[in-house]
Design a protein around this ligand. Structure first.
Ligand SMILES: Cc1cc2nc3c(=O)[nH]c(=O)nc-3n(C[C@H](O)[C@H](O)[C@H](O)COP(=O)(O)OP(=O)(O)OC[C@H]3O[C@@H](n4cnc5c(N)ncnc54)[C@H](O)[C@@H]3O)c2cc1C
Length: 456
C-alpha cells in the first residue's frame, strides 16, 4: 500500500465527490479542521467534506489507497478531538444535514452531520422529541454512538435506546442498513448503541420519537455557602423522583462574568403542569435561593440553557466518573476543591440517572451504565492557553481526591484524549469482550481507530 498521494489522485477524488476536498492550502481548511475544543489543533492531509454516502465511500477508498489514517467528524464536539487527525484523511460529515420526520410513525431520520439544535427544532414542529444533548451544538452522531445522556433519559432512555436503524459505511466500503433484525446485522446494531465510532461511518440515524411539547425547566441558584446542605438535600430529594423529573446539580459560576461561585440545580419536568408544580416545589422553595428561573418552555429551548457556558473554541479538559452514591464525604470534597478552581468557566456537575435509562439491561445495548445514581463531571473550560497547565492540574487533582468515592463506570462521551486503557475499559464495562468480537467481524484491520478504541 502506498503511503503518499499526488495531486492527480486528489483531483480524481475531487471529481468523484459532490462535496469539497480541502488541503492545507485551501480556503476553508482551517475552519473545517477546527473542533469545539480549542486545545485540539490537528492538521489533516486532506479533509473530505462529504455531502452523500457515496462521498464517504470515495473518501474511505482514497484513504485506503494512500495508506492514510481516517478520522470521522460528526458534530465536532468531542473533547478528545479525535474527529481530526494529523496527516490523515478527515471524513467530515458537517455538511450532511438531511432530516426527515415521519409524524405518523413518530420517527426521525437524520444524517451524520446534524447537531441537536437542528434535530430538536425539526421534531418539535410536530410536537415530537427524543433524548438529545444538554448543549444544543453537540453532534447527533458521536453523541448517539456513545450512548447519549440528556434531559429525557429518565422518561425515554438514552439516545441510543431510541435508535431504530443506522446506515453505516464499513471499512470495506459496504453500505449497510443496520437494525435490530437478525437479517440486518443485529450484532452491529447492538454495538453501535454505545460502542462509539469503532465500526464504520454512520451516515444516517433513525430514532423513535415521543410526544413532548412544553416542558418545565430552568435554573435555581444558591450562594456557594449553601452548597454542602443543598447537595445533601438534592441527594435525598431525587431518591424517589418520577420518570418525568430529572434534576442535575452543580457547583458553577455566575453567567454574568463576575466569577461569583454558585451552587445550582438544573431542573426538568415532562409531566402535566400540576405534576410539575408539585414535583418541583421542594426544589424551588428549599433554602434562600438567589434566583429561581423555572417555567414552561419548548423542549428545544431547554437544551440551550447551558449553551453559553460552553463556547465553541474554548479550551476544554474533562474528567468524569460514575460515583458510588453521593456520600457526605464526596460532597465535601467537591465543595472544598471548588474553592480553588482556576477558571470562572469550570463547573463540577452531578448528572442523575434514574427511570427508563436504568430499566434497560446492562448487556441489552453496548451501554452498560444502568444503575440508579450519579455521573460526576468536571468540565474544565478556560480561554487562555497560558492557563492550560493550571487548569489541567486542578482537574486531575480534583478527580484524584474524589476517586475513593467513584464506582467502576465511566461515560464514554466524556472521555478525553489522554485517558488510559483502564478508563476505556471502564466505559465499555462488561460489554467490552462482545464489542471486540463485533469489531473483529466488521473492522478487523482497525481502520476506525481514532476513537476510544476497541482493538480487534
Ligand atoms: C459542551 C458539550 C456538551 C455535551 N453534552 C453532552 C450530553 O448532554 N450528553 C452526552 O452524552 N454527551 C455530551 N457531550 C459529549 C458528546 O456527546 C460527545 O463529545 C460526542 O462524541 C459528540 O458527538 P459529535 O458528533 O459532535 O463529535 P465528533 O467530535 O464529531 O466525533 C466524536 C467521535 O465520534 C465518532 N463519530 C462521529 N461521527 C461519526 C459518524 N458519523 N460515524 C461514526 N463515528 C462517528 C468518531 O470516533 C469521532 O472521533 C457534550 C460535549 C460537549 C463538548
Amino acid at each position: 500500500m502506498s503511503t503518499t498521494f499526488d495531486s492527480a489522485r486528489v483531483a480524481e477524488l475531487a471529481g468523484q465527490v459532490s462535496g469539497s476536498v480541502l488541503g492545507p492550502e485551501d480556503l476553508g481548511y482551517d475552519a473545517a479542521r477546527a473542533v469545539h475544543n480549542g486545545l485540539v489543533d490537528r492538521r489533516p492531509a486532506l479533509i473530505v467534506r462529504c455531502r452523500t454516502t457515496n462521498d464517504v465511500i470515495a473518501a474511505l477508498s482514497f484513504a485506503r489507497r494512500a495508506g492514510l489514517e481516517v478520522s470521522i467528524r460528526g458534530g465536532g464536539h468531542n473533547v478528545a478531538g479525535r474527529a481530526v487527525t494529523d496527516g490523515g484523511v478527515m471524513v467530515d460529515l458537517a455538511e450532511m444535514k438531511g432530516i426527515a420526520i415521519d409524524p405518523e410513525e413518530a420517527t426521525a431520520t437524520a444524517e451524520g452531520g446534524v447537531i441537536w439544535a437542528e434535530l430538536n427544532d425539526a421534531a418539535a414542529q410536530y410536537g415530537l422529541a427524543v433524548t438529545g444533548g444538554a448543549v444544543s451544538g453537540t453532534g447527533i452522531a458521536g453523541y448517539t454512538l456513545g450512548g447519549g445522556l440528556g434531559w429525557l433519559m429518565a422518561k425515554y432512555g438514552l439516545a441510543a435506546d431510541n435508535l431504530l436503524a443506522v446506515e453505516l459505511v464499513t471499512a470495506e466500503d459496504d453500505v449497510l442498513h443496520v437494525d435490530a433484525d437478525a437479517a440486518c446485522h443485529s450484532d452491529l446494531f447492538w454495538a453501535l448503541r454505545g460502542g462509539g465510532g469503532n465500526f464504520g461511518v454512520a451516515t444516517s440515524f433513525t430514532y423513535r420519537l415521543h410526544r413532548v411539547q412544553t416542558v418545565v425547566g430552568g435554573l435555581i441558584a444558591h450562594p456557594i455557602e449553601a452548597a454542602p446542605e443543598l447537595l445533601r438535600f438534592y441527594r435525598d430529594e431525587v431518591e424517589d423522583a418520577s420518570d418525568d423529573l430529572t434534576v442535575f446539580a452543580g457547583l458553577v459560576h455566575a453567567p454574568d462574568g463576575s466569577g461569583a461561585k454558585l451552587a445550582a440545580l438544573i431542573v426538568f419536568h415532562t409531566g402535566d403542569p400540576a405534576d410539575a408544580e408539585r414535583d418541583l416545589a421542594p426544589f424551588k422553595t428549599w433554602g434562600s435561593p438567589l434566583q429561581v428561573e423555572v417555567g414552561p418552555m419548548p423542549y428545544p429551548v431547554m437544551n440551550t440553557l447551558l449553551d453559553a457556558g460552553f463556547p465553541a473554541g474554548s479550551l476544554n479538559y474533562w474528567l468524569s466518573s460514575f460515583t458510588r452514591g453521593l456520600p457526605d464525604k464526596l460532597i465535601d470534597i467537591a465543595v472544598e476543591r471548588f474553592t480553588t478552581v482556576p477558571s470562572p468557566m469550570t463547573a463540577i456537575l452531578l448528572e442523575h440517572f434514574h427511570g427508563a435509562v436504568t430499566r434497560v439491561g446492562v448487556t441489552e445495548t453496548a451501554v452498560p451504565h444502568r444503575e440508579q445514581g450519579w455521573n460526576l463531571l468536571i468540565p474544565a473550560v478556560w480561554t487562555d492557553a497560558a492557563d492550560s497547565e493550571a487548569n489541567i492540574a486542578w482537574s486531575r487533582e480534583t478527580f484524584a481526591a474524589m476517586r475513593p468515592h467513584f464506582g467502576s463506570g465511566r461515560w464514554l462521551n466524556y472521555l478525553g484524549d489522554d485517558q488510559a486503557e483502564d478508563a476505556i475499559r471502564a466505559a465499555y464495562g462488561p460489554n467490552y469482550d462482545r464489542l471486540v468480537e463485533v469489531k473483529r467481524r466488521y473492522d478487523p484491520d482497525n481502520v476506525f481507530h481514532l476513537n476510544h478504541n476497541i482493538a480487534p
